[in-house]
Design a protein around this ligand. Structure first.
Ligand code: SF4
Length: 381
């Protein structure tokens, strides 16, 4: 089998089907990553969203015994939104992080990788392949780093020389022994902008992330958000981009090459008030096709309440009071009470006091007390 020629043909075909960058890596054990993951586990730095055991995540042959090579692909996504709607006094808006603009990248990348697998099958009928995008066991980033797609930045993103870190990654494992590409040299040098800018200190040191403190992770949790994080997520209702935005490699990087990834401004920067009472059907119709909907509507509604508090949106008080009174989910009722306290109008405090009389849930009551305590703080100032 002329693997060198096949590699060339795959690279050419990948361009034809809209893959911005492709690299080839050996399917060997990711030894360094294994050590890092063990340390992360010991320190309690994992998010809990990881799939598979550490061995499955670092030994490609456990998933695919015949694995010889892994093809890594990258697709660039936009960093700027044209005609982005702005918040007004009457209608404040939340925002989804850039990686959740446009159609869910899992769907788009999977389709490209499946086309790539078919292309290889036409050339080598008995080839075996396995496609993965983000939710598989393997680390997309470790594969991309080994395949020379980009270097691993101190912010733990893969940074490509062409598209910065605004790339989606996916991979295809095969039993064909392709000649691997060379990894790129580290490009961070003495820069520490991402570490300095992280509002929670989640980037413990260059390349080491405490996922539990990462605001991108926190926006996806379903319980009550710690107060520290509430004050820091601002108007982000899904994900958090700061460690990418400050990176010099992302300066002036803004690729609009895939129509699928173009943000729909009303979806990517939605009005917050209507989100509080959105029905399941409406939620699916409006947000079901974007990556940021994968945890359902509860975390987004909780974050919308926090964003309204961030704006101190007095026009939302009536709506938040009715959510606090009627919503069956304690996390939403409690966060609503906290949000009212933060907004801090007389009506907001009166609403909390009234609702307290009927509230039975202890955590919600605790949040109501916290909400009322803001009245005290305001009075003392
Ligand atoms: Fe590296 Fe600086 Fe970018 Fe962080 S901000 S990933 S340190 S280049």
């Amino acid at each position: 089998m002329d693997t060198a020629n096949l590699k060339k043909e795959i690279a050419e075909y990948s361009k034809e089907i809209g893959i911005d960058k492709i690299g080839f890596a050996a399917a060997d054990v990711f030894g360094e990553l294994k050590e890092r993951l063990r340390r992360q586990q010991e320190l309690g730095y994992q998010s809990g969203f990881e799939k598979g055991t550490i061995e499955e995540r670092t030994e490609p042959k456990r998933l695919f015994p015949e694995a010889k090579s892994i093809l890594s692909i990258a697709l660039a996504y936009p960093s700027r939104m044209k005609d982005a709607p702005r918040s007004t006094k009457e209608s404040c808006r939340g925002v989804f992080c850039r990686a959740s603009w446009g159609v869910d990248y899992h769907v788009v990348l999977r389709e490209k990788l499946e086309k790539l697998a078919l292309f290889i099958q036409e050339k080598i009928p008995d080839v075996e392949t396995k496609v993965m995008v983000d939710t598989g066991e393997l680390s997309d980033r470790a594969v991309a780093e080994r395949a020379g797609i980009g270097f691993s930045g101190k912010n733990t993103s893969i940074i490509t020389p062409e598209f910065g870190s605004y790339v989606y990654l996916g991979e295809l494992i095969t039993n064909i022994p392709f000649i691997p590409d060379e990894p790129l040299a580290d490009g961070c040098g003495s820069c520490t902008k991402c570490l300095d800018a992280c509002p929670t200190g989640a980037l413990v040191q260059g390349g080491q992330l405490n996922a539990q403190k990462c605001l991108a992770f926190q926006t996806q949790t379903k319980g009550f958000l710690d107060d520290e994080y509430r004050s820091k997520i601002g108007n982000f209702i899904y994900g958090f981009d700061t460690c990418q935005v400050v990176c010099p490699y992302n300066k002036k990087v803004d690729f609009h090459v895939h129509p699928e990834f173009e943000p729909e401004p009303e979806v990517a920067k939605p009005q917050l008030k209507p989100m509080l009472r959105i029905s399941n059907r409406e939620f699916k119709n409006t947000f079901g096709h974007i990556a940021g909907s994968w945890r359902g509507k509860k975390p987004l509604q909780r974050n919308a309440l926090i964003a309204l508090a961030h704006y101190k949106d007095e026009t939302a008080v009536d709506e938040i009071i009715s959510v606090m009174n009627d919503d069956p989910r304690p996390v939403i009722r409690g966060t609503a009470a906290w949000s009212l306290g933060k907004i801090g109008t007389e009506e907001a405090f009166a609403g909390i006091q009234k609702a307290m009389k009927d509230e039975m849930d202890e955590q919600v009551l605790f949040e109501m007390e916290k909400g009322l305590a803001f009245e005290q703080e305001t009075a003392e100032i």
